[in-house]
Design a protein around this ligand. Sequence first.
Ligand code: GAL
Length: 835
Amino acid sequence: MRIKPLVFLLTAALFLGTSDLPAADSPRQRERIDFDWKFTKGNVDNAQTVRFDDSEWQSVDLPHDWSIYGPFDTKAESGRSGAYLPTGVGWYRKTLTIPAADNGKQISIEFDGVYEYSEVWFNGHSLGLRPYGFISFSYDVTPYVNFSGENTIAVKVDNSRQTNCRWYSGSGIYRDVWLTATDGLHIPQWGTYVTTPKVSADSATVHVAAELRNQRSAAAPFDYVCTILDSGGKQVQSSSGSGQIDAGATSEIVTDLTVDHPSLWSVDAPQLYTTRIEVSSGGQVVDRYDTVFGIRSLDYDVNKGFLLNGTHTKFNGVCLHGDGGAVGVAVPMEVWRRRLVALKEMGCNSIRTSHNPPDPDFLDLCDELGFLVMDEAFDEWKAAKGQVKQGYHTLFTEWHDPDVTDFVRRDRNHPSVVLWSAGNEIPDQTSPQGPATARELVGLFHQLDPTRPVTAGCDNVYAEPRSASPEFMAALDIAGYNYVDRWRNRSYLYFRLDREAFPERKFIGTEDASMGGPRGNYGNPFVSENAPGAQPPAPAPAAAVSAGPGPGRRRFSAAPRIVVEQLWRVVAENDYVEGDFMWTGIDYLGEAGVGAFSGVIDSAGFKKDGYYFYQSQWTSTPMVHIFPHWNWKGHEGEVLPVYCYTNCDSAELFVNGKSYGVKGYGLMLEGMRDRYGTQTNPGRIRTTSDLHLQWDVAYEPGTLRVVGSKGGQVVATEEVVTTGEPAAIDLALDKAILNADGRDVAHLTVKIIDDQGRMVPTAGNTLQFKVEGAGKLIGVDNGSMSIDESFKGDQRTAFNGLALAILQSTRTPGEITVTVTSAGLPDCSIKLECR
Ligand code: GAL
């Protein structure tokens, strides 16, 4: 144990806001103040003043994103980048009482994220301006608090500087807001830093460093107890100490604790611990500060790649933007939970928070579910990208230091965060001042967190006409490659040339194309690749405004993409490549219109065929998936390809009971074992060196059945059936009971089914939603990125058989009834309960 004065290098704006939660009976109070705000759009004079009359303003709860309410307008200033949605200026106000008992405490307000250029006033006093819309920040309001009556918070949000983001940013106070009250002698927010410098199965050293600040008027003696609690709340270790702290000073408590036989945090078993620091003075407990952390070790080896707890682990990664589809960027965590669980089932173990600091709650979920996170700061440094006029390059010089500082201090205790990214496709890669900027930024990350390496997603490592300088690349701890196969013979040599030229370089694929395309859109699959006028298989479409059915002489967008398969093979086969992050895991709003179809999960959370490509490569629980659908009336006798992704040894396709043959992957090849002549699986059928199987089938209505085998046993099957016409609506909820907390969310999946209960894969029936009782409809979607229907309306047209409604509880317990109607189909309703 040691107590030492801290060299205090932080500015007043950086103290607060954290995802660390206090113990329930802590003398520290921290609560969300998300409910009952007033909101109006547009510039308003004097709205910061206490006496301003906001009674005519709209009542809203946070998180709130005003852009997602629309309307869509192709002439909107946000343009394609901003999903054609409105931006501008908005004002928020809230009144709150702070009990007289808190007089003498330190009071602060913490914002997890406001997009963008927020200015905050408390009882009419301006607290500051915070331009970067993805950063968390806070203000000390102690001097301005009225303990005997009401207090007013006013927030001006200015998202009128268009365009400022290459993807949909949303507008408003789109993350949580917190009110914190502490004793004058307290640990400031983000004031703890917990690391695990020595980790083994037998024992781990937990290093705890905590700032202690004395904002009382006099020096104070203090005692502290630092306890480590396991995930069940059981104390596993503790240490204690005491000291004296001057008025106005900040000290540091530093202690090392040993945990025997630790439960390590990993992607398969994400075990969490908590450090609890209890500070007392004069016999009174004055603060109790909890920090959730994980015990795990990270090694990035030039040859072996990434090791988690000493075990080689490949980043099976996806890039994600921060929107949640129909809810815009005001994303309830249960929306993220559903999406992340789907990614986990795909075998994904890593997420890149492209291209900005995420919601802190999102990282809590990653800790809990076991995702490795590449936590990214910026999309621009000093040099502009050109696509947006008012991007971060306009802020970099003034703001990068406080922004990086707040970012790293906020996120550095998360076990999920294993790698920092200082930026994405930064044009400074190729500029003369780029290396100096990179060195400065990386140095700042290292200073705040020496335990994690720093990369950046570079698209110009080798590029024409100009490449990133080796000096720039050397400034990064790990060279991050975006689209490594883009130029010339790198298209098939991938990382190899650079591996030879720079043997000390560490390699990671920070971004690469995925298996996107609109879900369930097969266009005209009967076009042979060799037919006159046929177009080659489409490359991964980055984005599209809306998804038409796409008839015509073009092969369907879900067709397997050889380039994606090849790249994944290279990543999988070479340990020195730490992994890869696909662009993207989930479709996102903006960039090229309403949204981009680059995900393997659509904006409504429905899985696309490409999802099963990754599942076949990243999981071992036997699976088979075949596509396209089998509703091709009028095409009888015409030949189309049936594709399959599987992790089985082989798969056999049957069409109406008739076998079309057994097929199997040649890769990954396994040689002999033990001695010459002993093959692990000698009879294994190997028909392709691709990472998908294909049968050409003359269409006849009926049943496609695929049977997957492993070691001669049937282990997985899937059927695709020709369905009848739409006959009914089928409703399914992911939860039957919601917490009546005004935050919990249920997802209602709507399927259009035929008279035998089978989803009609081409159905496009228009649905009306009515929600009655103790809940509200907070979004409708179908994954089509249509400009014709609002995400916030009560109507949605099914897209290829499916639609989604997102329901949220209120703070009143009771029943919610959802009724879905559609012309020509029987009405359908479903109930859920809020407790
Ligand atoms: C990448 C970029 C992403 C996104 C993507 C679209 O180059 O890093 O942000 O724009 O292209 O395909």
